[in-house]
Design a protein. Sequence first.
Length: 81
Amino acid sequence: METKKEMDADRLDEFHNGRKAAAANIDIETCEIRRLYVPEFDPYLRGLSEDLATRIDLSKDLFLRSPDSGGWVWERDLPEA
């Protein structure tokens, strides 16, 4: 799997769109939920160095996943309904 650092802008857009598509199909009644501290500028960016994490704004957001979601999705990517 590529890291964000290795992705070009098109590939990064494709990744974010994939997470939004997964969010549209997730069953929130049966999914696993986790609250994580993430950078405000990109909630899917994880694994920050401790030094960088202390210099940027972090928010505490919910992430959800199900067996068929292909990974965690950000709560704000879920459809409003």
